[in-house]
Ligand binder design. Structure first.
Ligand code: TRP
Ligand code: SF4
Length: 322
């Protein structure tokens, strides 16, 4: 079974990415043939006007994946824009995809309600899921690990595959299936969605001091004013972090102590920060030890393998069409 997934290089990874995406990738690389790529063309669909150094961002992202334990010996790592077949297949798929399918895509409709995207309104943004489809079916992916919000994109991918097969009377592609993680989304420290724009995230390269400063200010159960006030861990953000980073025994212990008012929030937060540090510190250190040259070698290797598969698939496709 082959797994394909990508991530856009739009900035540093935070704990939400680690818990929600990377940990899942780590598990998958031990069970399947995994193709993980940096979706830099996809980053352009929203950032074309920001003139960021995308190659630098891509290298940083690869460093973070590898620092987290993504193993280039097990997983194939490459960069989308280095494999031109993604663009070639994207073009072909755009020819057969009705605009109405894209306009009713929920992620597109949601984005168009936001001023920021509405005013850009670029064609590439509308066709984002078509490029994503190309990313996936170029490699005959069986499984695609994604978040809940990306489910409509996988449905579209299957529709596009079936439509191509119907139009060209050939079964050249595989219909991909999504692989949803059961892990609930880790909230930001203020209880809102974790996001750079809300400044409520802890990043994988932050120092122990920065981690503590952020956890210290996290929102807790407002009912707890004195240490002896009985608390409600289920409404507390810090408790969500304990569930993600502390051992099951410690989580149980914290839960009981909070409910009976025998632990103060400051102590609870200190223990939480300590457990986050235990995860972040080795990642931070590993990342610092990785050189750009090492990453460029990894990219070269990964690109080579990706290119081989992608170009052979594109040959088949072109034979069918022309
Ligand atoms: N759209 C995905 C996201 O924002 C990134 C992505 C691009 C992707 N191409 C993909 C994910 C192909 C899975 C498969 O998270
Ligand atoms: Fe939250 Fe811990 Fe305070 Fe309970 S003791 S409210 S879990 S920070």
């Amino acid at each position: 079974m082959r797994v394909v997934s990508g991530m856009r290089p739009t900035g540093k990874l935070h704990l939400g990415h680690y818990i929600g995406v990377i940990k899942n990738w780590l598990d998958l690389q031990n069970r399947y043939e995994c193709f993980y790529f940096v979706a830099d063309w996809h980053a352009l669909t929203t950032k074309f006007d920001e003139h960021i150094d995308l190659r630098k961002y891509s290298i940083e992202l690869l460093k973070e994946w590898i620092a987290c334990g993504i193993d280039p010996e097990k997983s194939n790592l490459y960069i989308q824009s280095d494999i031109k077949e993604h663009a070639e297949l994207y073009l072909v798929l755009n020819m057969i995809t009705p605009v109405s399918w894209l306009e009713r895509n929920p992620t597109y409709k949601d984005a168009m309600l936001q001023e920021e995207y509405k005013k850009k309104n670029n064609a590439g943004f509308l066709t984002y899921p078509v490029l994503q489809t190309a990313d996936i079916i170029l490699y005959d992916a069986d499984l695609v690990p994604i978040g809940e919000d990306q489910k409509p994109h996988l449905e579209l991918a299957r529709e596009i595959v079936r439509h191509f097969h119907f139009l060209y009377k050939s079964e050249v592609f595989k219909e991909p299936k999504e692989l949803l993680t059961e892990i609930p989304r880790l909230p930001g420290l203020d209880g809102r969605k974790m996001s750079k724009s809300f400044n409520n995230a802890i990043y994988l390269d932050e120092s122990d001091k920065e981690i503590w400063e952020k956890v210290r200010k996290a929102k807790t159960d407002p009912a707890r004013i004195k240490k002896t006030d009985p608390g409600h861990p289920e409404v507390c953000i810090v408790f969500e972090y304990h569930k993600a980073f502390s051992s099951p025994e410690e989580v149980k212990e914290i839960e009981t102590a909070c409910k009976e008012g025998s632990i103060g929030c400051v102590e609870c937060k200190k223990r939480c920060a300590a457990n986050i540090k235990k995860v972040v510190e080795p990642i931070r250190e590993k990342k610092e030890s990785l050189t750009d040259d090492y990453i460029l070698d990894i990219i070269n290797e990964g690109n080579k393998k990706a290119k081989e598969i992608a170009s052979s698939k594109m040959n088949e496709v072109n034979k069918i069409i022309f």
